[in-house]
Design a protein around this ligand. Sequence first.
Ligand code: BMA
Length: 363
Amino acid sequence: MKRFLVIGFFFLFVFGSCSSGGKMVQEGSSTKGLREFLVRISGQAILFGHQDDLAYGIGWKAVPGQSDVKRTSGSYPSVFGWEIGNIGDATNLDGVPFDSIRDYIQRAYRMGGINTISWHARYPVTGFDAWNLTSIEVSSLLPGGESHDLLVKELDLVAGFLASLKDDSGNPIPVIFRPWHEMYGSWFWWGSATCSSEEYRQLFRFTVDYLRNKKGLNNLLIAFSPDKGFDTKEEYLARYPGDDVVDVLGFDDYGDFKQNRLDWVVIKLGIVADLAREKGKISAFTETGSDRLEIPNWYTSNLLQVLNASEKTRNISYVLVWRNKDLSHFFVPAPDHPQSDDFRTFVNDKLIFLLDDVKTMNQ
Ligand code: BMA
């Protein structure tokens, strides 16, 4: 059953997006196939993703072909998350070399997976990390501001990396780029404590305009990805930068699970799914998880419950859990973890698609 629902979508994504010549490429849209795949999978299945899946996991690092999702379930995830904080250095803020990230993205794409990229950006003026709120003045980064050129310098580095993502034939690899996320919280310098709503919208709009129009990048779907700090559509949209610069509506939520407020996760997924339908966008659960799997059987007793709660929640296109740094910080159980059976039950549910499920659509 799992495999027959969405027959043909995989072909559309991989081959549609690689097609050379013809209208698609002239339109500057290597993302067309990816967008159509995500729209059409909505309501049929929810793709499962994992941050840094190919880069490292519990007890291993940079082992070719390795993946904690695969070790425990038998298949790679269908969505792969990557991080470009500290762009300009040799390695990202979590110690993964950018050259390796490029390789992993190429590999995931070659296998038929979808890549999404987050950016915990340093503050361009001081170079302090994304969480450091010292001397923040976002207005100075915007066009006309005294430090605008420093933002542009960072965006040039981001653009260089994104432009280098090419498939085996040299065509751009489509990716979901998720800048300036969790903006309603006050932990990042673009958050509510240090950046006004108007500044935020301008920062987001400038970023997308610069990457797409100035740098000519045509391989990006852009995700707007608040934290859990909204209870209504209006609150979700308080910093929304505009339909013309957003393709994916998502949100990140760990806290509602921690506080056992599953009803609120369902409401928030519903808000995102409703808005995506109204606006013709893709909806996603862009980040979630239970750190160290502290919540018993989190995958079936929490995540599957909220994803499978209603027709609306089942319309979400993908869900991504965070990284497996080590035993102090992980979200996918290693094979010997007591919750590995629970994880397998979750991924075997007909709603949830790993990479193998996507591939068998074509058999
Ligand atoms: C956070 C943590 C940090 C990491 C950051 C960016 O949630 O995992 O350890 O540096 O994401 O990946």
